[in-house]
Design a protein around this ligand. Sequence first.
Ligand SMILES: Cc1cc2nc3c(=O)[nH]c(=O)nc-3n(C[C@H](O)[C@H](O)[C@H](O)COP(=O)(O)OP(=O)(O)OC[C@H]3O[C@@H](n4cnc5c(N)ncnc54)[C@H](O)[C@@H]3O)c2cc1C
Length: 420
Amino acid sequence: MRTTTVIIGAGHGGLAMSRCLSERSIDHVVLERGEVANSWRTERWDSLRLLTPNWQCRLPGYSYEGDDPDGFMTMPEVIDFITTYAKAVAAPVQTGTTVTSVRRADDGYRVTTDQGEWHCATVVLATGAFNVPHIPAFATAVPSSVTALSPLTYRNPSQLDDGGVLVVGASATGVQIAHEIQCSGRPVTLAVGEHVRGPRVYRGRDIHWWMEGAGVLDERYDEVDDIVRARRVPSMQLVGTPERATYDLNALTGIGVQLVGKLAAIRDARALFSGSLRNKCELADLKLGRLLDTIDEWATAAGYDDEVPPPHRFAPTTVPERPRLGLDLGGGEIRTIIWATGFRPDYSWLDVDVLDAKSMVRHDGGVADSPGMYLIGMPFLRRRKSSFIDGARDDAQDLAVELAAFLDGDGATRARAAAR
Ligand SMILES: Cc1cc2nc3c(=O)[nH]c(=O)nc-3n(C[C@H](O)[C@H](O)[C@H](O)COP(=O)(O)OP(=O)(O)OC[C@H]3O[C@@H](n4cnc5c(N)ncnc54)[C@H](O)[C@@H]3O)c2cc1C
């Protein structure tokens, strides 16, 4: 089978690309191993809601139009939103089709699937940034008496044995899961490394409303000092709840979660925590202060000071006087460990020389280091918001321009591709 562009993945990223290619009459197909919105159907825990507000669910040619713009979608609502989008833009999705290999061919790419082979001039990798949990190598030293889970296998507290739970990682995923499990009556110890603190509401408005207004979410990949580092910054500690709750470390300590430093090693069944907890928390408090300074400056410049409550600052993170530095994992205190240590994309099917030493696609703002190959949905791909649903709106439009120019044989684009 032949088409101009194969898009791999029917999450919102692939669908947004589909819509932008259709707009330009570029013939394409979207190949999806599961159903549309597969990640949201199969890889998320039960209670998860989006941490981005409904009004921010915007895709090319489509946006949230319900009666709760300030609310946060549940998983069934997200699946419905994305499925409705696929229909609205008439995306040519072929579901139940797993891509097993992508190879260079003379005239573009050969895409092999379990349902046959496609030949195309251009290919868009929209397979997601969060396919597999990123778990440290020393995880193999966890004693067999402790059940190990990741955010992809955790569903709800009822699946856990009674007893203590060690949650490793305190970004959005870790704090949400820690909160839920502590509330279920299982005592949680939370290992905290580098993290980004964020209040749900500041000066009466959602933090995402402020970050969007102040231009923080639109910051471009070619404007930041260190894009490699920026792409690795953990997600902000946010949760979307009807109560607009903040789940920062103070909130977790308030319900009884015990904080420890970053999990550095496991030796002789003993978890060893770094002594850096206080430093990490002070750094996160400092960075929160800087973010709020940016927001306050913008609020003044944009004339909001008379409309919203005055600036204020949040209490510093309370750190235990002497956090535990070790924990016996074999002694029965901990029955479950949850690795909320981040995710990675899976490119095991990509047979093109385009991966760097860390198995990430080499790219410049989503234009991959292989002619006619594009990437969407990665953290800070083109903008700080790139891995959010809202990020695909601008990124897909930009990448469709790049892809169309490549097909048109635009000299500069071809030269750039050839030089890669
Ligand atoms: C826990 C969690 C919470 C999040 N919360 C929010 C939030 O509140 N707001 C927000 O805006 N964003 C959120 N995100 C980020 C983001 O929206 C998601 O990661 C989103 O799923 C990325 O969209 P995508 O289309 O790039 O990838 P995905 O939605 O992951 O879609 C990729 C698709 O590719 C398919 N695929 C993969 N490999 C193959 C293959 N070999 N062959 C065929 N198909 C394949 C998958 O089945 C999947 O359907 C969250 C992410 C996570 C992990």
